[in-house]
Design a protein around this ligand. Structure first.
Ligand code: HEC
Ligand code: HEC
Length: 241
Protein backbone atom coordinates (compact mmCIF):
# COMPACT_ATOMS: atom_id res chain seq x y z
CA UNK A 1 0.00 0.00 0.00
CA UNK A 2 2.19 2.78 1.32
CA UNK A 3 5.32 0.73 1.04
CA UNK A 4 6.16 1.79 -2.50
CA UNK A 5 9.43 3.66 -3.01
CA UNK A 6 7.40 6.79 -3.77
CA UNK A 7 6.15 6.92 -0.17
CA UNK A 8 8.71 9.33 1.16
CA UNK A 9 8.24 11.56 -1.85
CA UNK A 10 4.46 11.53 -1.21
CA UNK A 11 4.97 12.42 2.42
CA UNK A 12 7.27 15.28 1.54
CA UNK A 13 4.87 16.60 -1.04
CA UNK A 14 2.07 16.27 1.55
CA UNK A 15 3.97 18.38 4.01
CA UNK A 16 4.91 20.79 1.28
CA UNK A 17 1.21 21.08 0.44
CA UNK A 18 0.36 21.95 4.03
CA UNK A 19 3.10 24.57 4.17
CA UNK A 20 2.06 25.97 0.85
CA UNK A 21 -1.51 26.20 2.05
CA UNK A 22 -0.69 28.19 5.13
CA UNK A 23 1.65 30.47 3.22
CA UNK A 24 -0.34 31.10 0.05
CA UNK A 25 -4.08 31.17 0.51
CA UNK A 26 -4.67 31.18 -3.22
CA UNK A 27 -2.93 27.87 -3.75
CA UNK A 28 -5.14 24.90 -4.63
CA UNK A 29 -3.25 21.67 -3.95
CA UNK A 30 -4.28 18.48 -5.68
CA UNK A 31 -6.78 16.12 -4.04
CA UNK A 32 -3.95 13.65 -3.66
CA UNK A 33 -1.90 16.10 -1.62
CA UNK A 34 -4.95 16.89 0.52
CA UNK A 35 -5.51 13.20 1.07
CA UNK A 36 -1.96 12.70 2.23
CA UNK A 37 -2.04 15.75 4.49
CA UNK A 38 -5.31 14.50 5.96
CA UNK A 39 -3.92 11.00 6.55
CA UNK A 40 -0.84 12.47 8.21
CA UNK A 41 -2.87 14.59 10.58
CA UNK A 42 -5.16 11.68 11.51
CA UNK A 43 -2.04 9.63 12.21
CA UNK A 44 -0.73 12.38 14.48
CA UNK A 45 -4.11 12.63 16.21
CA UNK A 46 -4.22 8.89 16.81
CA UNK A 47 -0.69 8.99 18.24
CA UNK A 48 -1.69 11.79 20.57
CA UNK A 49 -4.96 10.18 21.62
CA UNK A 50 -3.97 6.60 22.38
CA UNK A 51 -2.25 7.14 25.77
CA UNK A 52 -5.19 9.29 26.83
CA UNK A 53 -7.77 6.67 25.90
CA UNK A 54 -5.63 4.01 27.63
CA UNK A 55 -5.87 6.05 30.84
CA UNK A 56 -9.61 6.67 30.33
CA UNK A 57 -10.15 2.91 29.97
CA UNK A 58 -8.20 2.37 33.18
CA UNK A 59 -10.41 4.85 35.01
CA UNK A 60 -13.58 3.11 33.76
CA UNK A 61 -12.25 -0.31 34.72
CA UNK A 62 -11.47 1.02 38.20
CA UNK A 63 -15.12 1.92 38.91
CA UNK A 64 -16.12 -1.48 40.39
CA UNK A 65 -12.97 -1.55 42.56
CA UNK A 66 -13.77 1.56 44.59
CA UNK A 67 -16.53 -0.21 46.55
CA UNK A 68 -13.82 -2.14 48.38
CA UNK A 69 -10.52 -0.32 47.72
CA UNK A 70 -11.87 3.24 48.06
CA UNK A 71 -12.16 6.14 45.62
CA UNK A 72 -8.45 6.84 45.69
CA UNK A 73 -7.31 3.25 46.07
CA UNK A 74 -6.52 4.03 49.71
CA UNK A 75 -7.93 0.70 50.95
CA UNK A 76 -10.68 -0.08 53.46
CA UNK A 77 -9.68 -1.91 56.62
CA UNK A 78 -13.29 -2.76 57.50
CA UNK A 79 -13.51 -4.78 54.26
CA UNK A 80 -9.95 -6.11 54.55
CA UNK A 81 -9.20 -4.49 51.19
CA UNK A 82 -5.61 -3.19 51.07
CA UNK A 83 -4.37 0.16 49.78
CA UNK A 84 -3.28 -0.25 46.16
CA UNK A 85 -2.76 3.40 45.05
CA UNK A 86 0.71 4.09 43.66
CA UNK A 87 1.83 0.47 43.96
CA UNK A 88 4.26 -0.63 41.24
CA UNK A 89 2.39 -1.41 38.00
CA UNK A 90 4.23 -4.68 37.34
CA UNK A 91 3.45 -5.89 40.87
CA UNK A 92 -0.25 -4.99 40.50
CA UNK A 93 -0.44 -6.71 37.15
CA UNK A 94 1.23 -9.85 38.52
CA UNK A 95 -1.14 -10.04 41.49
CA UNK A 96 -4.21 -9.57 39.29
CA UNK A 97 -2.98 -12.34 37.02
CA UNK A 98 -2.21 -14.51 40.05
CA UNK A 99 -5.76 -14.06 41.31
CA UNK A 100 -7.12 -14.87 37.87
CA UNK A 101 -5.18 -18.11 37.47
CA UNK A 102 -5.51 -18.98 41.19
CA UNK A 103 -1.78 -18.89 41.74
CA UNK A 104 -2.72 -16.56 44.58
CA UNK A 105 -5.48 -18.16 46.63
CA UNK A 106 -5.68 -21.79 45.60
CA UNK A 107 -7.45 -22.36 48.94
CA UNK A 108 -11.12 -21.77 48.13
CA UNK A 109 -12.06 -21.45 51.80
CA UNK A 110 -10.48 -17.99 51.93
CA UNK A 111 -13.49 -15.70 51.44
CA UNK A 112 -11.38 -12.54 51.02
CA UNK A 113 -9.29 -14.03 48.25
CA UNK A 114 -12.44 -15.42 46.61
CA UNK A 115 -13.91 -11.89 46.47
CA UNK A 116 -10.80 -10.56 44.83
CA UNK A 117 -10.56 -13.49 42.43
CA UNK A 118 -14.10 -12.72 41.26
CA UNK A 119 -13.24 -9.02 40.75
CA UNK A 120 -10.08 -9.95 38.83
CA UNK A 121 -11.95 -12.44 36.62
CA UNK A 122 -14.54 -9.76 35.80
CA UNK A 123 -11.77 -7.63 34.27
CA UNK A 124 -12.03 -9.70 31.12
CA UNK A 125 -8.70 -9.96 29.32
CA UNK A 126 -4.99 -9.33 29.78
CA UNK A 127 -5.24 -5.94 28.07
CA UNK A 128 -7.74 -4.80 30.71
CA UNK A 129 -5.44 -6.08 33.47
CA UNK A 130 -2.54 -4.06 32.03
CA UNK A 131 -4.68 -0.93 31.70
CA UNK A 132 -5.98 -1.00 35.24
CA UNK A 133 -2.53 -1.75 36.68
CA UNK A 134 -1.13 1.30 34.87
CA UNK A 135 -4.03 3.43 36.10
CA UNK A 136 -3.79 2.34 39.75
CA UNK A 137 0.01 2.72 39.77
CA UNK A 138 -0.40 6.39 38.85
CA UNK A 139 -2.81 7.19 41.71
CA UNK A 140 -1.07 9.22 44.44
CA UNK A 141 0.44 6.98 47.11
CA UNK A 142 -1.44 6.88 50.42
CA UNK A 143 -0.19 6.39 53.98
CA UNK A 144 -1.84 4.50 56.77
CA UNK A 145 -4.31 6.56 58.79
CA UNK A 146 -3.94 4.39 61.90
CA UNK A 147 -0.22 3.79 62.47
CA UNK A 148 0.40 0.62 64.49
CA UNK A 149 2.05 0.93 67.90
CA UNK A 150 5.23 -1.04 68.64
CA UNK A 151 8.89 -0.83 69.57
CA UNK A 152 10.34 1.34 66.82
CA UNK A 153 13.94 0.62 67.77
CA UNK A 154 13.47 -3.14 67.48
CA UNK A 155 11.28 -2.65 64.41
CA UNK A 156 13.89 -0.53 62.67
CA UNK A 157 16.67 -3.04 63.38
CA UNK A 158 14.65 -6.04 62.29
CA UNK A 159 13.27 -4.29 59.23
CA UNK A 160 16.68 -3.13 58.03
CA UNK A 161 18.19 -6.55 58.77
CA UNK A 162 15.48 -8.74 57.25
CA UNK A 163 13.23 -6.74 54.93
CA UNK A 164 14.89 -3.55 53.70
CA UNK A 165 17.26 -5.23 51.26
CA UNK A 166 14.26 -6.15 49.10
CA UNK A 167 11.47 -3.76 50.11
CA UNK A 168 13.73 -0.68 50.31
CA UNK A 169 15.09 1.24 53.31
CA UNK A 170 11.84 3.17 53.77
CA UNK A 171 9.44 0.38 52.70
CA UNK A 172 8.98 2.14 49.37
CA UNK A 173 9.33 -1.08 47.39
CA UNK A 174 11.90 -2.13 44.81
CA UNK A 175 10.48 -2.98 41.38
CA UNK A 176 13.83 -4.40 40.22
CA UNK A 177 13.49 -7.11 42.89
CA UNK A 178 9.72 -7.40 42.39
CA UNK A 179 9.23 -6.39 46.04
CA UNK A 180 6.12 -4.22 46.56
CA UNK A 181 5.75 -1.00 48.54
CA UNK A 182 4.69 -1.81 52.10
CA UNK A 183 4.42 1.74 53.50
CA UNK A 184 0.73 2.25 52.71
CA UNK A 185 -0.55 -1.15 53.88
CA UNK A 186 -2.57 -1.52 57.08
CA UNK A 187 -1.37 -3.74 59.92
CA UNK A 188 -4.07 -6.40 59.59
CA UNK A 189 -3.36 -6.86 55.88
CA UNK A 190 0.42 -7.10 56.40
CA UNK A 191 -0.09 -9.67 59.16
CA UNK A 192 -2.51 -11.74 57.11
CA UNK A 193 -0.24 -11.82 54.06
CA UNK A 194 2.81 -12.53 56.18
CA UNK A 195 1.04 -15.47 57.84
CA UNK A 196 -0.09 -16.75 54.44
CA UNK A 197 3.46 -16.70 53.11
CA UNK A 198 4.76 -18.34 56.29
CA UNK A 199 2.05 -21.04 56.42
CA UNK A 200 2.29 -22.09 52.78
CA UNK A 201 -0.91 -20.43 51.53
CA UNK A 202 0.66 -17.74 49.33
CA UNK A 203 3.90 -18.19 47.39
CA UNK A 204 3.76 -21.99 46.96
CA UNK A 205 3.20 -22.30 43.21
CA UNK A 206 6.48 -23.50 41.59
CA UNK A 207 6.16 -20.75 38.95
CA UNK A 208 5.58 -17.99 41.50
CA UNK A 209 9.25 -17.10 41.99
CA UNK A 210 8.71 -13.73 43.75
CA UNK A 211 6.08 -15.30 46.04
CA UNK A 212 8.39 -18.18 46.88
CA UNK A 213 11.22 -15.78 47.78
CA UNK A 214 8.94 -13.96 50.16
CA UNK A 215 7.62 -17.22 51.62
CA UNK A 216 11.17 -18.25 52.47
CA UNK A 217 11.75 -14.92 54.23
CA UNK A 218 8.50 -15.13 56.20
CA UNK A 219 9.71 -18.31 57.87
CA UNK A 220 12.75 -16.57 59.37
CA UNK A 221 10.99 -14.16 61.73
CA UNK A 222 11.00 -15.08 65.42
CA UNK A 223 7.77 -13.91 66.98
CA UNK A 224 4.49 -12.11 66.29
CA UNK A 225 5.81 -9.37 68.52
CA UNK A 226 8.73 -8.86 66.14
CA UNK A 227 6.29 -8.48 63.26
CA UNK A 228 4.28 -5.90 65.26
CA UNK A 229 7.47 -3.88 65.78
CA UNK A 230 8.37 -4.14 62.09
CA UNK A 231 4.89 -2.93 61.14
CA UNK A 232 5.22 0.01 63.55
CA UNK A 233 8.43 0.93 61.71
CA UNK A 234 6.83 0.48 58.28
CA UNK A 235 3.99 2.80 59.29
CA UNK A 236 6.42 5.60 60.09
CA UNK A 237 7.62 5.59 56.49
CA UNK A 238 6.23 7.66 53.64
CA UNK A 239 4.63 10.20 56.02
CA UNK A 240 5.09 13.94 55.70
CA UNK A 241 7.95 14.71 58.08
C1 HEC B 1 -15.53 -7.18 47.04
C2 HEC B 1 -14.39 -6.37 47.40
C3 HEC B 1 -13.30 -6.14 46.37
C4 HEC B 1 -13.43 -5.65 45.09
C5 HEC B 1 -14.71 -5.24 44.36
C6 HEC B 1 -12.09 -5.56 44.56
N1 HEC B 1 -11.17 -5.98 45.49
FE1 HEC B 1 -9.16 -6.08 45.25
N2 HEC B 1 -8.96 -6.96 47.05
C7 HEC B 1 -10.00 -7.20 47.93
C8 HEC B 1 -9.50 -7.92 49.09
C9 HEC B 1 -10.31 -8.37 50.28
C10 HEC B 1 -8.12 -8.12 48.86
C11 HEC B 1 -7.13 -8.85 49.77
C12 HEC B 1 -7.08 -10.30 49.34
C13 HEC B 1 -6.17 -11.11 50.18
O1 HEC B 1 -6.33 -11.09 51.40
O2 HEC B 1 -5.28 -11.76 49.62
C14 HEC B 1 -7.81 -7.49 47.57
C15 HEC B 1 -6.54 -7.45 47.00
C16 HEC B 1 -6.24 -6.80 45.83
C17 HEC B 1 -4.92 -6.69 45.26
C18 HEC B 1 -3.64 -7.23 45.85
C19 HEC B 1 -2.93 -6.10 46.57
C20 HEC B 1 -1.58 -6.45 47.08
O3 HEC B 1 -0.98 -5.58 47.73
O4 HEC B 1 -1.10 -7.54 46.82
C21 HEC B 1 -5.04 -5.96 44.12
C22 HEC B 1 -3.92 -5.57 43.16
C23 HEC B 1 -6.43 -5.63 43.96
N3 HEC B 1 -7.14 -6.14 45.02
C24 HEC B 1 -6.94 -4.88 42.91
C25 HEC B 1 -8.31 -4.73 42.66
C26 HEC B 1 -8.84 -4.14 41.46
C27 HEC B 1 -8.00 -3.54 40.34
C28 HEC B 1 -10.21 -4.22 41.55
C29 HEC B 1 -11.25 -3.81 40.54
C30 HEC B 1 -11.14 -4.46 39.26
C31 HEC B 1 -10.51 -4.85 42.84
N4 HEC B 1 -9.33 -5.14 43.47
C32 HEC B 1 -11.79 -5.09 43.29
C33 HEC B 1 -11.32 -6.83 47.77
C34 HEC B 1 -11.87 -6.36 46.59
C1 HEC C 1 14.41 -11.64 49.24
C2 HEC C 1 13.61 -10.44 49.11
C3 HEC C 1 12.57 -10.17 50.19
C4 HEC C 1 12.78 -10.01 51.53
C5 HEC C 1 14.11 -10.08 52.28
C6 HEC C 1 11.49 -9.71 52.12
N1 HEC C 1 10.53 -9.69 51.14
FE1 HEC C 1 8.54 -9.33 51.41
N2 HEC C 1 8.21 -9.66 49.43
C7 HEC C 1 9.19 -9.93 48.50
C8 HEC C 1 8.57 -10.11 47.21
C9 HEC C 1 9.30 -10.42 45.92
C10 HEC C 1 7.19 -9.96 47.40
C11 HEC C 1 6.09 -10.06 46.34
C12 HEC C 1 5.58 -11.48 46.29
C13 HEC C 1 4.52 -11.67 45.24
O1 HEC C 1 4.71 -11.22 44.12
O2 HEC C 1 3.48 -12.25 45.58
C14 HEC C 1 6.99 -9.66 48.81
C15 HEC C 1 5.76 -9.45 49.41
C16 HEC C 1 5.57 -9.07 50.73
C17 HEC C 1 4.29 -8.76 51.33
C18 HEC C 1 2.94 -8.77 50.65
C19 HEC C 1 2.60 -7.34 50.23
C20 HEC C 1 1.29 -7.21 49.57
O3 HEC C 1 1.01 -6.09 49.10
O4 HEC C 1 0.51 -8.17 49.51
C21 HEC C 1 4.53 -8.45 52.64
C22 HEC C 1 3.51 -8.04 53.69
C23 HEC C 1 5.96 -8.55 52.84
N3 HEC C 1 6.56 -8.94 51.67
C24 HEC C 1 6.60 -8.27 54.04
C25 HEC C 1 7.95 -8.49 54.28
C26 HEC C 1 8.57 -8.30 55.57
C27 HEC C 1 7.86 -7.79 56.81
C28 HEC C 1 9.88 -8.66 55.41
C29 HEC C 1 10.96 -8.74 56.47
C30 HEC C 1 10.68 -9.57 57.62
C31 HEC C 1 10.07 -9.06 54.02
N4 HEC C 1 8.88 -8.93 53.36
C32 HEC C 1 11.28 -9.48 53.47
C33 HEC C 1 10.54 -10.02 48.72
C34 HEC C 1 11.15 -9.96 49.95
Amino acid sequence: MLSSPSRSADVVSGEAAVTRLSNQRAATPSCRAWGIAFTLSIGTLLLMCSPASFAADGEKLFAPCVACHGNKGEGNGALSAPAIAGQDAAYLERQLRNFRNRRRGADKSDALVAQMQAAAMALGDDAAVAKIATYVAKLPKTVNTAPAPGNLHNGNNLYQGKCGACHGGTAEGNPALKAPRLAGLDAAYIKRQFAQFRDGVRGTDPQDTPGRQMAMMAKTLGTERDLDDIIAFIHRQGRPK
